[in-house]
Design a protein around this ligand. Structure first.
Ligand code: DLZ
Ligand code: SF4
Length: 510
């Protein structure tokens, strides 16, 4: 029976399950649609990346002899959603009596797909997305009967399962599972940096840039500055460049931040991996090989592989395990609106300005910017989780809800009852001072917690602890911080809380 194979904008892998199952009579459909392009106000580079990569991928499928139905954005205004696109395709091809799709990455869309069988009166076959190493079912099995979900234990299972960085005796390479403690160095400002590869837009990408600039004029970023890879071949080049030139120092400086250096030694490949241009197994094997060949140290290789087979798979597993209820969580009852500078970067706080500039310019900022600067600020200031999670989902080109929601709601905001993290990642300006050179270039004083020029992170940090003491006071990992707070004189506490009130009352003009 010929089928309509629906391929989503983040399923651009030749080996994705639905394409492995494709038969010559099947029609493969890709559709650029308004609903997917606007459920949050996506960064313009994210739109260019997805549309251009979809167009390039469709071209390759056609060259391989597949029947492809490609619906370009805006060509048929009545096709606003993926459901509309399926209806249109079935009208064009009434001979297609079944639907085939690989499971998608967002609960919202999964609910929509769940209606297709009835709506189109055809069987819908959904295949497991085995581009991930751990299926949803395997994760649920791992999670069953556990009181706490800790990434570290999941990660060890994944190391055993994949045999990455394991000795012949099934022991972790080097004798330890995790070298994170070696990965927290500040970066010397004069250390030579090798920038990530950039790609000049070809004719297809230029068309998409013009489209996005015209149809999404107020979305974040300048579409004309788009220089990302849009094919698997380019993405592999970008990744191999990282392995050769940057990986060796990725470990040491993983958590570092430097003025006007948005990339440091990060791979800048999460965009490609999350839409299917790169394969997680291939990436891990390249990194492992670089270690075996003596090109990179163990702490770099292990740190990188942990991100992919540990964190990435872990957050995806949790997302599917706990949705849709997870999205509603707000443990700390945070409710302040997102300050406007999150959208335009207009703040004097140098650390925030740097993280936001990178976000606006590149639809990217690295994990410490996301977790310990913009995320930490949102946590300390008590910003509403739904506004913060929508922002992260919109502005990062690698953000799909399966990865974005647990990372933001759980890890950055501690809004998920401690499922993802055993303590809030709350930090004062001291942490940012230690890990960056931002504070020397900031009008605020990082060593002060009260007074008009005191670093906002400092007073907000203490205010955060004080106002959430009923909920957090019993957390074993916060005992030291609470002791420090209670050891301060009443006068100092009052001065700090008064500065915090001042900061919170003028968030938009910080
Ligand atoms: C994020 C996104 C955007 C911006 N546009 C499209 C689109 O036009 N067509 C499409 O198939 N997918 C798009 N996506 C990705 C989806 O919104 C969704 O996040 C993923 O398919 C979830 O797996
Ligand atoms: Fe950020 Fe405070 Fe340092 Fe300024 S002083 S860069 S606001 S941590």
């Amino acid at each position: 029976m010929p089928r309509l194979v629906v391929l989503l904008g983040d399923q651009l892998s030749p080996a994705v399950a639905s394409l492995r199952a494709v038969e010559p009579d099947d029609v493969i459909m890709l559709a650029e649609v308004q609903q997917e392009a606007s459920y949050v106000q996506h960064h313009s580079h994210k739109l260019v990346l997805i549309f251009s990569a979809m167009r390039h991928f469709a071209q390759t499928l056609q060259q391989l002899g597949h029947q492809v139905l490609y619906l370009k954005f805006g060509e048929a205004p009545e096709i606003a959603s993926l459901t509309d696109a399926v209806a249109y395709a079935l009208k064009q091809h009434p001979e297609l009596t079944e639907l085939l799709i690989t499971e998608c990455g967002e609960y919202r869309l999964e609910q929509e797909i769940a209606c297709w069988q009835q709506q189109f009166d055809r069987p819908v076959q959904q295949l497991t997305d085995d581009r991930f190493l751990c299926t949803r079912e395997q994760f649920a099995h791992w999670a069953k009967d556990r009181q706490q979900f800790r990434m570290e234990y999941f990660y060890r299972e994944m190391r055993r399962f994949t045999r990455l960085l394991m000795t012949d005796q099934q022991q972790p390479e080097g004798g330890k599972w995790n070298y994170d403690k070696a990965n927290r160095k500040a970066c010397p400002p004069d250390l030579e940096q090798v920038p990530p590869l950039q790609f000049e837009p070809d004719a297809i990408t230029q068309d998409v840039i013009a489209l996005v600039a015209e149809k999404f004029p107020s979305n974040m970023g300048d579409a004309h500055q788009f220089r990302l890879a849009v094919t698997g071949k380019e993405a592999r080049q970008a990744f191999l460049h990282f392995v050769e030139k940057q990986l060796a120092q990725f470990g040491d400086y993983q958590d570092a931040m430097l003025l006007d250096q948005p990339f440091l030694f990060h791979s800048i490949c999460s965009f490609y991996l999350n839409i299917g241009l790169l394969d997680v197994r291939w990436m891990c094997l390249k990194v492992e090989q670089a270690y075996k060949d003596g090109q990179v140290p163990l702490n770099a290789a292990e740190g990188f592989i942990r991100q992919l087979i540990g964190w990435r798979e872990f957050v995806r597993g949790l997302y599917w395990l706990l949705m849709p209820e997870y999205q509603q969580r707000n443990t700390l009852g945070a409710s302040r609106p997102l300050p406007h500078f999150y959208w335009n970067g207009d703040t004097q706080m140098r650390c925030m300005q740097q993280a936001l500039k990178s976000t606006i310019d590149h639809a990217y900022s690295h994990h410490i910017h996301r977790l310990m600067v913009t995320g930490n600020f949102a946590l300390l200031a008590g910003l509403a989780p739904d506004e913060v999670t929508d922002w992260y989902l919109a502005v990062y080109a690698d953000a799909f809800e399966w990865v974005e929601l647990p990372n933001t709601l759980g890890m950055a905001l501690f809004a998920d009852d401690g499922v993802l993290a055993s303590k809030p990642y709350a930090a004062s300006g001291k942490y940012i001072k230690r890990m960056s050179n931002y504070c020397q270039h900031c009008p605020y004083q990082v060593d002060k917690a009260h007074g008009d020029k005191a670093c906002p992170f400092n007073s907000l940090y203490w205010d955060f602890l004080a106002r959430n003491e009923t909920k957090l006071g019993g957390n074993a990992r916060l005992q030291l911080a609470y002791r420090q707070w209670h050891n301060k004189s009443e006068q100092e506490q009052d001065a700090i809380l008064s500065r915090a009130r001042q900061v919170l009352s003028q968030l938009d003009s910080l």
